[in-house]
Design a protein around this ligand. Structure first.
Ligand code: GLA
Ligand code: ZN
Length: 663
């Protein structure tokens, strides 16, 4: 079968049967090659406990298939039906205040509930048996946005029991549990695993070690929930793929672990989401980072399975994408490694929660400007997708990104304005605006392919990870470490054996003797001849012989003390940054560090213009994307020829140019 590159999310069950053929014709004329269907239609597929009805979905799959449009089937387990909840109210989730969340939204379920699991096994088995060999069905999406809609996850009696079993497996004895959780504090010792609760709100304070295990457990539960469905589907659907729609940096499930179950990762990309705090222009580096982290979860090209196709909104709405912006955003996904783009959704829904989350077609179903724009876009870009398929960026910089660190900082953020993911994105921004491409890399990943590794806030540390960082630098890598490195062990207890950053002092050539949390203030930092602002934190450092000072504090009682350092170790260099550099300082610092590491920008930076590269063994593709609503120019590189665009170097508002060279 040829590769498929463009699709839409389609909900035929929301519309009259008589309309389906027209939808299929419009899709085909537009260049749509696939749809995703059924991920919320449990009641339509199983209207009563003992009645299954796949007839309507069979018909839709067949009708579309005959017009050359393939189907990805979603399992509808994000929306358990009312009859089931009515009969088994214990399926409903319970929040941290012990309140049961009611029916009426979606994901009103407890993912450990055995009754719910048995309903899922039955339905998914029937679906997999039924569609596993259907020639029009190409793949599966179990559930929808796993980890979404659950807030703090379920604390019901079933989840409590599962948590206890998880702890028993991990610690074997309560002595070990008590040690790992530091329960001597405030008399929290347990005599029996049966005494451990799923964490409810407390009168005051929480045990950080217990909370970290709880978050790990919740992530594992979601992976286990998914595994059950994946195993059933794989049994019957030998030649169909399994993917899942991720949400970028969302934290509820460890996406690296979830990815091990999938053939490839997919993601939902809404650059103009009404919930985003900033305008698309200001948040562009976050959108770019989101796409890069999604590619990094399996370190391979990914799919966008929901790409914005109009105004977003539930009760309140975001801005209308300007002409050209929907295409630009789809190109941005492709530029970062998407091999296919599925637009959400086909037609704006007339009922339910998402009446204002706009599709390609408006409520009326009559094609308008969004249809025309995306039709032109697909016809132009589809041939390009053939060339790009499977290609990956050429990357020399890795940014370490880990869910455990995120969890630990959620539990103890230190400072009102500090978040782990936010910090990681601040380092990414400076690279992105400099046109230096980056991967995200898990702590268990391969560091050796990077010249430069940025590892902000490596707070939870293990002896193995310490050794990995030491080896990386010794063998010639350039490593950046920051404040709050090596503070905690894997159980979230503070390290006490030596000064921070523990054994990593050997590489960094510094020891942290004291620190200051910059509540309600910034600190001044002198770097070269200039003075900059820095935020959140100041580490007060003792330097080892041979450690070079790159920047000093220039205010507070530690004015004049070192703030940012560089230390040669083995064949490499280890940088230590004792604060959060403000944007200007971050730009200066990373420019210098990249230069020293021999990492060059793809092109000289231009405001609002983003550059990426994808490459395979035959050719290199350079993407230049203008996020501005006005023309921009850029310096065209030598040896490239224009593959998409009017005039190389001159960008129209929201235009993307693609240039290529053989290698
Ligand atoms: C998510 C979900 C979709 C839909 C859209 C719009 O990405 O996966 O089902 O709800 O958001 O809200
Ligand atoms: Zn539960």
């Amino acid at each position: 079968m040829e590769q498929l590159h463009f699709g839409v999310d389609y909900y035929p069950e929301h519309w009259e049967r008589a309309r389906w053929a027209k939808d299929a014709d419009l899709m085909r004329d537009m260049g749509i090659q696939m749809v995703r269907m059924a991920e919320f239609s449990w009641h339509k597929l199983q209207p009563r406990e003992d009645v299954f009805d796949f007839g309507w979905l069979d018909e839709a799959i067949e009708l579309l298939g005959r017009k050359g449009i393939y189907t990805i089937v979603g399992t509808p387990t994000a929306a358990p039906p009312a009859w089931m909840v009515h009969k088994h109210p214990d399926i409903l989730p319970m929040d941290r205040e012990g309140r049961v969340r009611g029916f009426g939204g979606r994901h009103h379920d407890c993912q450990s509930n055995p009754t719910y699991r048995s309903y899922i096994r039955k339905l998914v088995t029937k679906m997999a048996e039924h569609y596993g060999q259907n020639p029009y069905v190409i793949g599966w999406q179990p559930d929808n946005e796993l980890g979404n809609s659950h807030q703090e996850l379920c604390t019901c009696a079933s989840c409590r029991q599962h948590f206890q079993a998880w702890l028993r497996r991990k610690y074997q004895t309560t002595e070990e549990l008590n040690r790992a959780w530091g329960t001597a504090f405030w008399s929290q010792e347990y005599n029996d695993f049966a005494e451990v609760t799923a964490p409810r709100i407390t009168v005051t304070g929480e045990n950080p070690s217990a909370m970290l295990d709880w978050k790990r457990f919740c992530s594992d539960l979601i992976v286990d929930f998914t595994r059950e469905q994946v195993e059933i589907i794989r049994k019957y659907a030998k030649n169909q793929f399994i993917t899942h729609n991720y949400m970028g940096f969302a934290d509820k499930v460890d996406y690296y672990k979830l990815g091990e179950l999938l053939d490839f990762v997919s993601h939902d990309q809404y650059p103009g989401g009404f919930y985003l705090p900033k305008t698309p222009h200001e948040s562009n580096h976050i959108l770019a980072a989101t796409l890069d982290v999604v590619r990094s979860y399996k370190n391979q090209p990914f799919w966008i399975i929901e790409q914005q196709s109009g105004i977003t909104g539930w009760e309140i709405m975001g801005r209308a994408p300007a002409p050209g912006q929907l295409s630009l955003w789809a190109m941005q996904s492709i530029a970062h490694g998407a091999d296919a783009v599925v637009f959400f959704r086909w037609r704006t829904c007339a009922m339910g929660t998402e009446q204002y989350w706009h599709g390609i077609l408006p409520h009326s179903g009559n094609p308008g400007r969004r249809y025309e724009e995306l039709q032109d876009f697909i016809h132009e870009v589809n041939p390009l997708m053939e060339l790009l398929h499977g290609s990956m960026p050429q990357v020399q910089v890795g940014i370490v990104f880990s869910f455990e660190q995120e969890y630990a900082f959620q539990i103890q953020p230190h400072h009102r304005d500090l978040s782990y993911t936010g910090q990681v994105q601040k380092y990414y921004r400076a690279l992105c605006e400099r046109n230096v491409p980056a991967d995200f890399v898990p702590e268990h990943g391969d560091f050796s392919k990077y010249k430069l590794l940025l590892a902000p806030l490596q707070y939870i540390m293990s002896p193995e990870l310490e050794q990995k960082y030491l080896d990386f630098v010794r063998q010639g890598g350039h490593l950046l470490l920051t404040m709050r490195t090596g503070v905690k062990d894997k159980t979230n207890l503070c390290m006490t054996e030596r000064e921070l950053p523990g054994r990593l002092s050997e590489a960094a050539g510094v020891e942290v003797l004291d620190y200051d949390c910059l509540r309600d203030t910034q600190v001044k930092v002198r770097f070269g001849e200039e003075e900059f602002a820095a935020n959140i934190w100041s580490d007060l450092l003792r330097l080892w012989p041979g450690t070079e000072i790159l920047a000093n504090y220039a205010s507070e009682f530690y004015a004049g003390e070192p703030c940012i350092t560089a230390h040669p170790y083995g064949e490499g260099i280890c940088y230590y940054v004792g604060t959060e550099p403000g944007e200007a300082l971050m730009d200066r610092l990373l420019a210098q560090i990249c230069d020293t590491a021999g990492v060059r920008p793809i092109l000289p930076p231009v405001a609002d213009v983003e550059c990426t590269v994808r490459q395979n063994d035959r050719a290199r593709f350079l993407f230049v994307l203008n996020h501005a609503g006005e023309p921009r120019s850029y310096q065209t590189p030598e040896h490239y020829r224009l593959l998409k665009g009017q005039q190389a170097g001159k960008l129209q508002p929201y235009e993307t140019q693609v240039l290529t060279m053989e290698i």
